[in-house]
Design a protein around this ligand. Structure first.
Ligand SMILES: Cc1cc2nc3c(=O)[nH]c(=O)nc-3n(C[C@H](O)[C@H](O)[C@H](O)COP(=O)(O)OP(=O)(O)OC[C@H]3O[C@@H](n4cnc5c(N)ncnc54)[C@H](O)[C@@H]3O)c2cc1C
Length: 1167
């Protein structure tokens, strides 16, 4: 059976739409639940209905054995209560047909939106007044049984019972029962009872369109012809139209008083989205909803009692009578097999219009009256029944297994053979001759429900009174005597009691008071807001079909509660309801029914781990380890839903919604709810990371005590996944988690959660799609989308290369330079210098700041537009006027001439002169980087600039001494690399290339460079700029320090390098100190003297692999040795976690690097 959302309405809403609190929470949606939901919604209360089963409409009920079998749920105790209990669990808890195995008697009930009313035989009969006067009933009813009449009337007004019409086709089974009544001498007690079946087309009193019965006899598996007047057709649509919000597949487990209000917290296990696949966690990690005022329990006699007993185990005080006085309503289900009469008692989905089986029950021999049964406890009713089509194929075998069924007259044998070979509908076959009976009488209601751990067990201490039962057996035997034998089944379809109304208004004699309010203990005190409204409150067997009485009692309870609380009901009529549309009174801003759109896709996952409470540990793994030490566990248990797999895959955000719980004992004693709006984003480009994607979790959590937290978490995919299945597993299963307060700023805790192998296997079982046409399509789409995304990192070195993005997308708005000037060096080379003025309002600084970038780049390494705050912004913000020249080997056309670092010392000189001119001869603060730093040292050593022009100098990565990183050192040993390159491609090496050029050789370089070693896996990427830089300079950064935009636009920040320039650089690096163009040592005694007397700081990135951090250490030691350290002129700083250029271009340089530089500038400024 497929749920067809276009054909069938849906009153229920997705659980993701559930609010955390309602005025009223109703548990169950049978008669009791239906009444409470409809009346409370009509009283203007916000109402949530939590129903265990699914929503099904006529047309969706199983009609054959195969589909019916998938809806069977068997639970209970297969062993002896007094001996070892054998717990039985078969089928899904949300299955429509629920058989509860008990000792002494079993029970059969329905689970679904509409409860057992979906499966019952519709007979609406009042309890007789003598029964209501039994001593077990509360005085309020016992002394005035007529007090129930208005409530019976109210129930009848909604349920509209009517007898099987005389003008409908004559029914064989009804005729046989009538004949039997006559034979037994009870003709006067035989009649057609009122039943909640529609025999005409039209609107019912709730405004729902009904259809006339076809007489299918399928009531007990669910009627598909639209004639069955279950609560799905009346009370529930009425509640829905009045704004009640209905949620299916929610199994309420227990109720607790809310310590922070006068309300209650209702804990439930949600079976949706495959959450129940996680068997170990399903019933321990519960969702919850708050009932601010009232919680009505209408889960049926057995389930309501179980909920109460479990609530008791969780601390809710109540009467010790809860769980006791359970009755099977004296039910006897019996069959007269292979009788002499044709009964036509097998239901059929498509009955013959002239000779239908008829509704399941149409007649009754009502022997409850004082004349027939002077002792009220001897009263009983006999009704005929019908067996639904789904059971028909098994029926003969089932019956013939019973010894009483075996009869050997020729007629019996022939009939049996006819059925065996012709099937259940074979005319005159034994099955067509089988009569089904239901007897309801008065048993001793001494049944018991107890909890064994978290499971409930049902025990009937003898089915009814033995003498009474044998008498009823005799009646049945007499009734069928003329037509065949009888067999009995120990099963009740009418379980009653468990939280019975008290006879004396105290907990000593009942679980609830006369209104259904649950007693706190043995006295009169009650939990004012917990009210039982279903079969659980019925204190005795009724001797008749019970739902009319259950409904009337529920109407009475709700009415009394309303009076007690001053509520009034809106009694206006609904008019015709459009169940495909919106409810008239919905209070929700966003209305959504639980119709799952085609193409939707969902799964559930559990990730667990530890979080450290506090903001002091920023590293997730460390925090998790500290959290583990403190036993501060966290579990995220969520269902992830994509309303449309297409949108998920093609949409820019790859968004899914999230429903579920997050548990963390350190934050809340109960699981926290993920509030509506929770989302997961699949594979979004991580703007904060150079070359990676993230799965982002963004959830708002609510604890039962009302605290709100934000959970921000991510899984990180990046180049470290390359060719490593282990790394893929780690990356896709580790969730780096931060918990914040509702303000979004205050960090509460941090840690790392993981998806375990076991949970992953269970998660796979929860993958579901809703596509009707081909249910695997969205599943396939999603899994291939996921696999593609992961593969793009796993196969990164082989995947498509990223050529430079020369656009400005992702650039942040930055202040342009105040002016740009062209300077001419002494040898006639022209360079550009840019100037940024101090930010308005910043502190006035005494000296200007000259920042000198290195080779192949320009000012943008300091004025980077792709990070939130670059070095220029930082230092102008601190009050400095910032000057940045681009030296001749920078990102300029002049670089193509091949001038060396030594030649560029003249540019440094020109820049100094310009700054001093602009600044009226002031001394200059200098920050120089890499080759720019080398050229500055050369200018000083060669005497182009005197040291007294400088107030202080900060040399980044190198100065006059250099030590290459490992790879660069190997490359610099020979000049093979530049020579080979020059041979094939000429002297100019461009950093920018395109897929088609500039030449085949350059194209090949890009392909080969995919495999150029870059150290750790995390440093692999697909950027050609990055690869080309690595070949020439070595890896310039730790990728983790670059933003996505920086990495994507590297092409905008780099030029190229001339082999002449490179060869000089390699020689210098190889020798380890400054050389002039003729490779003469510049570090002569005489030259070195020129460096003395100025403060210098040498800074390195601790992870620099271009020039080892040893380079600055050598300079620092050299200066201290040469000039002494008495005046404390020299300092050295290493920034851990930084490489070469990320030192200046890093996304967090404003935090880790610039302040350290500022500290040194301010030290330079001190006279
Ligand atoms: C085959 C059959 C024929 C019958 N014929 C008749 C008849 O002709 N006349 C008559 O008067 N009676 C008949 N009955 C009995 C009658 O239908 C029930 O007595 C009546 O429906 C009980 O109503 P209720 O409100 O107590 O509970 P139910 O109607 O059983 O409703 C309980 C609801 O609560 C839900 N629920 C259970 N556990 C939970 C949980 N933990 N959390 C959330 N929801 C939960 C269930 O899924 C269900 O929807 C018949 C019953 C059967 C099985």
């Amino acid at each position: 059976m497929k749920l067809d959302e276009k054909k069938f309405p849906r009153l229920s809403r997705p659980v993701s739409m559930m609010e955390p609190e309602y005025d009223v929470v109703v548990v169950g949606s049978g008669y009791g639940g239906g009444v409470a939901a409809s009346r409370m919604a009509r009283a203007g209360k916000s109402v949530a209905v939590l129903e265990l089963g699914k929503e099904r409409w006529p047309g969706e009920f199983p009609s054959d054995l195969k589909t019916a079998a998938t809806e069977v749920h068997i639970s209970g105790n297969a062993g002896k209560f007094s001996g070892p209990l054998e717990d039985v669990q078969f089928g899904k808890s949300t299955g429509l047909y629920h058989l509860i195995l008990g000792e002494g008697q079993n029970a059969f009930v329905g689970n679904g939106l509409g409860g057992t009313s979906l499966l019952n035989a519709n007979i609406f009969l009042h309890a007789d007044k003598r029964t209501l006067q039994l001593s077990e009933w509360p005085a309020e009813i016992r002394q005035d049984p007529a007090c129930l009449d208005p409530y019976y009337a109210r129930a009848a007004e909604m349920l509209q019972p009517t007898p099987y019409p005389q003008d409908y086709p004559a029914l064989k089974k009804l005729q046989v029962l009538e004949k039997q009544a006559e034979l037994l001498g009870f003709k006067h007690n035989f009649y057609r009872p009122p039943q909640t079946t529609f025999f005409h087309e039209g609107l019912n009193n709730a405004g729902v369109q009904m259809h006339a019965s076809t007489g299918s006899g399928q009531d007990c598996t669910g009627i598909n012809d639209g004639s069955k007047h279950s609560t799905l057709m009346n009370y529930l649509p009425d509640a829905w139209n009045r704004g009640a919000e209905i949620f299916c597949e929610c199994e309420v487990r227990y109720v607790r008083k809310d310590p922070n209000s006068s309300g209650y917290i209702v804990f439930f296990a949600w079976h949706g989205d495959g959450r129940d696949a996680f068997k170990d966690d399903f019933y321990s990690t519960l969702m919850w909803v708050r009932a601010k005022e009232l919680c009505f329990l209408g889960a049926g006699a057995l389930a309501t009692t179980e909920i109460l007993l479990r609530s008791k185990a969780h601390g809710l005080q109540m009467s010790r009578l809860v769980g006791q006085k359970v009755s099977g309503n004296g039910d006897i289900l019996a069959f007269g097999y292979n009788t002499d009469d044709i009964v036509n008692g097998i239901g059929s989905e498509h009955p013959s219009p002239s000779n239908p089986c008829g509704p399941t029950i149409t007649g009754v021999i009502d022997n409850r009256g004082p004349e027939t049964s002077p002792n009220v406890l001897d009263g009983y009713v006999i009704e005929e029944g019908a067996v639904p089509q789904a059971i028909a194929p098994l029926f003969q075998t089932m019956l013939e297994a019973l010894p009483a069924a075996r009869k050997y007259s020729p007629r019996h044998i022939i009939s049996a053979l006819q059925s065996r070979f012709g099937g259940a509908y074979a005319k005159s076959g034994s099955i067509q001759r089988t009569q089904t009976y239901l007897i309801m009488s008065h048993d001793s209601n001494e049944g018991l429900i107890t909890m064994q751990g978290d499971k409930s067990y049902l025990q009937f201490l003898g089915v009814g009174r033995t003498e009474h039962v044998s008498k009823l057996n005799q009646v049945l035997t007499n009734a069928t005597g003329a037509v065949g034998g009888t067999m009995q089944e120990e099963i009740t379809v009418h379980p009653l009691g468990g939280a019975i109304l008290s006879s004396d208004g105290t907990g000593r004699n009942g679980g609830t008071n006369h209104m259904g309010q649950v007693f706190v203990g043995d006295g009169e005190e009650v939990h004012e807001g917990i009210i039982c409204v279903d079969g659980s409150v019925v204190p005795t067997a009724l001797g008749v079909n019970p739902f009319a009485t259950i409904t009337a009692l529920a109407e009475r309870s709700v009415d009394q509660i309303a009076k007690q609380r001053g509520m009034t009901f809106d009694e206006s009529k609904n008019g015709r309801l459009d169940l495909f549309g919106r409810p008239k009174f919905s209070s929700s801003l966003t209305y959504a029914s639980s119709v799952v759109p085609e193409g939707a896709f969902y799964f559930t996952e559990i990730m667990g781990g530890h979080i450290h409470i506090g903001d002091d540990i920023s590293d997730y793994v460390l925090a998790a380890s500290a959290g583990k030490g403190a036993a501060s566990a966290m579990e995220v248990y969520v269902g992830v839903t994509a309303a449309s797999t297409d949108d998920l895959i093609k949409g820019p955000d790859h968004l899914c919604s999230v429903t579920g719980t997050v548990s963390c004992g350190a934050l809340s004693p109960d699981p926290m709810l993920v509030l509506r709006g929770g989302r997961v984003q699949f594979f979004t480009i991580d703007e904060d990371v150079s070359d990676g994607a993230r799965l982002i979790y963004d959830l708002t959590l609510l604890s039962t005590s009302g605290e709100t937290y934000l959970l921000k978490a991510y899984k990180q995919l990046d180049s470290s996944l390359a060719f490593s299945p282990v790394a893929v597993w780690r990356a896709t299963t580790a969730l780096y988690t931060t918990i914040l307060r509702a303000d979004g700023k205050t960090v509460v805790g941090r840690g790392r959660l993981r998806l375990s192998w076991r949970n992953f296997a269970e998660e796979l079982l929860t993958l579901r799609a809703s596509d009707k046409v081909l249910s695997v399509r969205p599943l396939f789409q999603f899994t291939s989308f996921f696999a593609r995304a992961v593969a793009s990192f796993f196969l990164a070195p082989l995947s498509r290369l990223e050529y430079p993005d020369l656009s400005h997308s992702g650039y942040l708005t930055k202040t342009p330079p105040a002016r740009t000037s062209i300077l001419t060096a002494r040898d006639g080379v022209q360079i550009q210098i840019k100037v940024w003025d101090p930010l308005k309002g910043a502190k006035q600084r005494k000296y200007p700041l000259l920042m000198i970038p290195g080779a192949s780049v320009d000012d943008s390494i300091f004025s980077l537009p792709t990070i939130p705050e670059n070095a220029v912004e930082y230092f102008t913000g601190q009050g400095y006027t910032v000057y940045i020249p681009t030296l001749r080997y920078g990102r300029t056309r002049t670089a193509m001439k091949g001038d060396t670092a030594f030649d560029a010392r003249l540019d440094v000189e020109a820049a100094f002169k310009y700054v001093r001119e602009e600044e009226s001869g002031k001394k200059v603060l200098v920050i120089c980087h890499c080759v720019g730093s080398m050229s500055t040292s050369m200018a000083l050593l060669d005497g182009n600039i005197p040291v007294d022009w400088i107030q202080g100098l900060l040399a980044s990565q190198i100065f006059f001494k250099q030590r290459f990183g490992k790879f660069n050192g190997i490359k610099a040993n020979t000049s093979i690399l530049p020579n080979v390159y020059k041979f094939f491609a000429g002297p100019w090496y461009p950093i920018i290339s395109t897929p088609t050029g500039p030449s085949l050789f350059q194209f090949l370089i890009d392909q080969v460079l995919r495999f150029y070693p870059v150290g750790s896996r995390a440093e692999h990427c697909t950027s050609t700029v990055c690869h080309r830089c690595s070949l020439i300079f070595g890896r310039l950064w730790n990728h983790d320090n670059l933003t996505h935009a920086t990495h994507a636009h590297l092409g905008n920040f780099f030029g190229g390098i001339h082999m002449g320039m490179l060869t000089h650089l390699m020689r210098t690096g190889h020798v380890g100190q400054d050389l002039d163009d003729a490779e003469r040592d510049l570090l002569t005694d005489e030259n070195v003297k020129r460096l003395g007397g100025v403060k210098m700081t040498f800074v390195s990135g601790g992870d620099n692999v271009v020039f080892s951090p040893v380079s600055t250490s050598l300079c620092y030691d050299f200066m201290r040795e040469r000039f002494g350290d008495a005046n404390g002129l020299y300092r050295r700083v290493v920034a851990e976690g930084y490489g070469h250029l990320d030192f200046w271009m890093g996304k967090k340089s404003r935090v880790d690097v610039y302040p350290v530089c500022l500290e040194n500038l301010e030290w330079f400024e001190e006279e």
